[in-house]
Design a protein around this ligand. Structure first.
Ligand code: ADP
Ligand code: MG
Length: 630
């Protein structure tokens, strides 16, 4: 059969060019990762073939022994990585090796830290591993044929990693993909078999696919034996092996493979479960958050296998969102091999696996928090914000998740989030029935909030919440250990300070008309005005109504572009404060209004709010200062 050459030269997508440039120049000291990435692609291709062949055995074309081969040609100065996996059609080559499927380059660039080890781990995570070949090669050739297509559908792709690549149709008898790197000047180390073996052992020892290389020829003269292919990795599914036989290095190496991470994980959980549903899980918690922790389309997570056959990379069905940082493998004995995403959505085995994995993960974190608070603090720094989504997402485990939460507090050290709800409840003062918190945009705003004054005076601890998600979290967590969570800036406080409350009662009697005058001066801007026992140092503060939305939440929603009904706050006055006393004695109505406005404005400011007319505020301030200056 004749092959229509159909050769063309195509330009890389602009993002690819940018990426290539970046990669070549910034990842130079970690250049060996190209081999890890190529092997990983070969392993993915084998997985895909195995999966597709479940429905169509003919795709194996009589060769069902999937493997990867690494070949060196010292004379030609080339290294090739050859797989007999799924291969690619012409269109797939164009899609996968000419563009970046996800528009991630800008993100990639912005997440680069300058630390080459870290940046090179990003490459794997971003799904741009193939392009790392150009770190060591000045020309890369890919020959590939998709399983099931005839030999005449082979494709040859060649590029020098500059602006473009050429594509032509060639005849390829074998399905699968051969990637050949023509090494740059000075990269001869990668022509040494021992060097290549070292890299394979380091990163790819435990991927469940044999990686072969030609050994050295042995003997001399009549005893001479030609070199033979040797399998240079362990090629077993690590998770199927006995725990006691697996070293930490092996667990860590496998983690780096599944998570595309360069660092060791924080911890692993390896379990074989028997009974109604039988499966093996090997799950990891990373040390650091991946760049795409907040990306809804993130792709890497947990790989689902069915009896050693890779089915899909799918975190969504196997872990809830608030544990989306967990990485690893789940291998089920029960699921049908032709399981699809649709099936996964309503599958009992999956639900059971997911439920048990969540409980196991939470249990492991509880243990870490108890046995090694320092590591737990690091974990919290990396993933605490994600875990805070838990109480809203997973009602069944709400109390357990709540125990894992950590907060800054008026008893904590600075802004470190180290106080647990259990700590808090354990040291509540006598008579205290609620868990108190304040929310604000920043730690400074939270810890200096006037709403804390009475709590400080009484020695009552208050949690200082200053994460965006906190406001939402407390909405999802109405109580802990039978104690309700109470915002210090919401509703009326009772029973905190008897003396102050007495003075409030007294003020109501003696200066009852003052609140009415202030309300009149401020009009609709406040819901009402009242005396408070909440303040010691400040003259006034704003609080939300009992069932009303907190002012902070209102601002968050507004910032997120939502329409927020304008619910006026309550202005509270400190009857003991000299400015309030002074206000009460002011008979000039116009001056009274100025004072009232100022009190309102400063209460609004210290609570994190925005003034409707800042210039008027400044004018008022200066007017008063001038009076002082005489
Ligand atoms: P990723 O593997 O994370 O998707 P890569 O840059 O390594 O990113 O590869 C891009 C895509 O190219 C792969 O998703 C795959 O579709 C295709 N590809 C690369 N190498 C092979 C291979 N050996 N066999 C089949 N497809 C491949
Ligand atoms: Mg890859």
């Amino acid at each position: 059969m004749t092959v229509e050459a159909h050769k063309e030269t195509l330009g890389f997508q602009a993002e690819v060019r940018q990426l290539l440039d970046l990669m070549i120049h910034s990842l130079y000291s970690n250049k060996e990762i190209f081999l890890r990435e190529l092997v990983s692609n070969g392993a993915d291709a084998a997985d895909k073939l195995r999966f597709e062949a479940l429905g169509d055995d003919a795709l194996y074309e009589g060769d069902g022994e999937l493997r990867i081969r690494v070949e060196v040609d010292k004379e030609a100065r080339t290294v090739s990585v050859i797989d007999n996996g799924i291969g690619m059609s012409r269109q797939e080559v164009q899609e996968h090796l000419g563009t970046i499927a996800r528009s991630g380059t800008r993100e990639f660039v912005s997440s680069m830290t300058g630390d080459q080890a870290k940046d090179s781990s990003l490459i794997g995570q971003f799904g741009v591993g193939f392009y790392s070949t150009f770190i060591v090669a000045d020309r890369v050739t890919v020959e590939t044929r998709r399983a099931g297509l005839g030999a005449e559908h082979g494709v040859r792709w060649i590029s020098e990693g500059q602006g473009d690549y050429s594509l032509e149709t060639v005849e390829l008898a074998a399905r699968g993909t051969t990637v050949t790197l023509h090494l740059r000047e000075g990269e001869d180390e990668f022509l040494e078999p021992y060097r290549l073996r070292g890299i394979v052992t380091r990163y790819s020892d435990n991927i469940p696919l044999p990686i072969e290389m030609l050994g050295e020829p042995s003997g001399e003269g009549d005893d001479a034996k030609p070199a033979e292919l040797e399998t240079i990795n362990r090629a077993s599914a690590l998770w199927m092996r006995n725990k006691s036989e697996i070293s930490d290095e092996e667990y860590n190496g496998f983690y780096q493979h599944v998570a595309h991470d360069f660092e060791d994980p924080l911890l692993h959980m390896h379990n074989r479960v028997e009974g109604k549903h039988e499966y093996t899980s090997l799950l990891y918690i990373p040390k650091k958050a991946p760049f795409d922790l907040w990306d809804r389309e993130k792709r890497h997570g947990i790989k689902l296998y069915v009896r050693r056959v890779f089915i899909m990379d799918d975190a969504e069905h196997l872990m809830p969102g608030y544990l989306r940082f967990v990485r690893g493998v789940i291998d089920s004995d029960d699921l049908p091999l032709n399981v699809s995403r649709e099936i996964l959505q309503h599958n009992r085995a999956i639900d059971a696996i997911r439920g048990a994995s969540v409980k196991r993960g939470l249990g492991r974190l509880e243990k870490l928090a108890k046995d090694d608070p320092e590591s737990y603090a690091d974990f919290w720094k990396a993933f605490g914000k994600v875990l805070k989504e838990g109480p809203g997402e997973d009602h069944e485990n709400r109390e357990r998740i709540a125990k894992l939460l950590r907060f800054a507090s008026t008893r904590g050290e600075g802004d470190a989030e180290t106080v647990s709800l259990e700590d808090y409840v354990g040291r509540m003062i006598e008579g205290q029935e609620k868990v108190y918190y304040v929310t604000a945009d920043t730690f400074a705003a939270a810890s200096n909030s006037p709403h804390l004054e009475v709590f400080r005076k009484q020695g009552i601890e208050v949690l200082l919440l200053h994460d965006r998600v906190d406001e939402w979290l407390v909405g999802m967590l109405p109580e802990f250990d039978g104690k309700s969570l109470q915002s210090v800036s919401q509703g009326e406080l009772e029973g905190l300070d008897e003396d102050a409350e007495k003075r409030v009662e007294q003020a109501k009697v003696e200066q009852g008309e003052l609140v009415g005058r202030v309300k009149k001066a401020l009009g609709d801007r406040v819901e009402r005005v009242r005396f408070t026992a909440r303040l010691t140092d400040s003259p006034a503060c704003l609080v939300a109504q009992d069932a009303g939305m907190s002012a902070h939440l209102g601002r968050l929603l507004q910032a997120a572009g939502q329409e927020v009904p304008n619910v006026p706050l309550i202005l509270e006055l400190n009857p003991d404060h000299r400015l309030v006393e002074r206000l009460g004695g002011e008979s000039d109505e116009q001056r009274f209004t100025e004072w009232a406005e100022l009190l309102y404005e400063q209460a609004l400011l210290s609570e994190g709010g925005k003034l409707a007319d800042p210039a008027a505020f400044v004018r008022r301030m200066n007017g008063l200062l001038l009076e002082l200056a005489g």
